[in-house]
Write a protein that binds this ligand. Structure first.
Ligand SMILES: [Fe+2]
Length: 389
């Protein structure tokens, strides 16, 4: 036990247990918080799920007795119930409640989840894996999924050019997200298409399905045939674009992250809509999504005093997204697949000549949480293997 996780003494005060650490730090823990998070198996299952109702705890609960054990654990015998809680020094240290301690843990988690923002320079070093390797080896799968986590985009090569393989790739890390387009959808030129994607026209970079709630967070596209001229795939890191937009104009960033915008899709069988901001922020105010799809966006409902400023921000963003300095471009050959984080990395394509050859892709959606869960489990299991070797 290091000096910082060694407890010198504990003192009961009204409503709060005060812990004095050997390094001089002092931490306060409300009794209600301690009772609610008692680590005993009658309170928390071994899988981490809480077994008690927080609402049922007396908000004025207090200890009958508190002891610092020889093992440097804190034992609390609760007043008014036949129950004792035993907290390790490590648990108490890991759950210090000062603003500084909470901020430190938040920064640590952020550092572990750090994403790498990119622009055209990533063309020199495309994140890519090989299907045979990732389907046969947990290490290779872990490396590929980590690329998806870090860059929001990765290529997978040598995926057999057979229908349905795109769903098989999803089964390596999660589950297909079925939509009105089906479990998977074909992307090739069709007559009377219900979506611009099913034509041979160019498509500027966009996120898919912002009209859906929840929006699918991953998209995969697999190439089965590629003999048409043109039709390069383009991907753009929306988080990099947003970072640059924010540096250029915090006011534009503010408008795009606070103004509600509606996206909509309708055809004979569907009518789907969602109202959200173009730049999504998480509860800490950090960017966690971009929703950009000029085809499905509806007339902005911004008051007349602010419409001009909103358009300036929207057009500035759209021009950045269309700026080749952000483009990662590649021609998909048969058996190539790529995956994008659909709330971070936008995808598009240049126009192709659909009369002089074939271009046939299959796509599907999946969810990021399943991929991150699989990645987390793989990292844990591989670390255990390394430890036991
Ligand atoms: Fe798309």
């Amino acid at each position: 036990m290091s000096i910082e996780t060694h407890i010198e003494k504990v003192v009961e005060t009204p409503g709060i247990l005060v812990v004095y650490w050997a390094n001089g730090e002092v931490s306060n823990y409300p009794y209600l918080y301690l009772r609610d998070n008692c680590p005993s198996l009658s309170t928390i299952h071994s899988n981490g799920q809480k077994l008690i109702e927080t609402s049922g705890i007396n908000p004025a609960i207090s200890p009958e007795n508190t002891t610092l054990t020889e093992e440097n654990e804190v034992q609390i015998d609760w007043s008014g119930e036949e129950h004792s809680s035993l907290f390790s020094a490590q648990w108490l240290f890991d759950h210090r409640l000062s603003k500084a301690a909470i901020a430190e843990r938040h920064a640590k988690r952020n550092a572990m989840d750090r994403k790498v923002l990119w622009d055209e320079k990533l063309n020199n070093n495309l994140p890519a894996g090989d299907y045979a390797a990732v389907s046969a080896s947990n290490e290779a799968l872990c490396v590929w999924l980590e690329q998806v986590r870090k860059y929001g985009f990765a290529i997978l090569r040598n995926v057999p050019a057979e229908p349905g393989m795109v769903c098989k790739v999803v089964s390596l890390f999660g589950y297909v997200r079925e939509t009105n387009y089906g479990k998977l959808f074909d992307v090739k030129t069709t007559v009377n298409p219900n979506n611009l994607a099913f034509t041979s026209l160019g498509l500027s970079a966009h996120t898919d399905n912002p009209y859906r709630n929840p929006t699918p967070t991953l998209q995969l596209l697999h190439c089965l045939q590629s003999s048409a001229v043109g039709g390069n795939s383009i991907v753009v890191d929306g988080f990099k674009v947003i970072a640059d937009l924010k540096a250029h104009s915090p006011q534009m960033f503010h408008l795009l992250s606070t103004t509600p915008v509606t996206f909509r899709f309708a055809d004979q069988y569907n009518h789907i809509k969602r109202t959200e901001t173009i730049i999504g922020l998480d509860v800490f105010g950090e960017v966690n999504a971009i929703r950009f799809n000029n085809r499905s966006v509806q007339p902005f409902e911004v008051d007349e005093d602010h419409m001009t400023a909103f358009y300036a921000a929207y057009q500035y963003l759209a021009k950045l997204i269309d700026d080749e300095r952000y483009f990662v471009q590649f021609k998909m050959e048969a058996s190539d697949l790529f995956i994008v984080d659909n709330e971070r990395v936008m995808h598009g394509r240049s126009a192709y000549d659909g009369t002089a050859g074939q271009r046939f892709l299959q796509g599907t959606y999946a969810d990021r949480d399943g991929l991150l869960s699989k990645l987390s489990v793989l990292k844990r299991d591989l670390a255990r293997l390394v430890k036991s070797a």
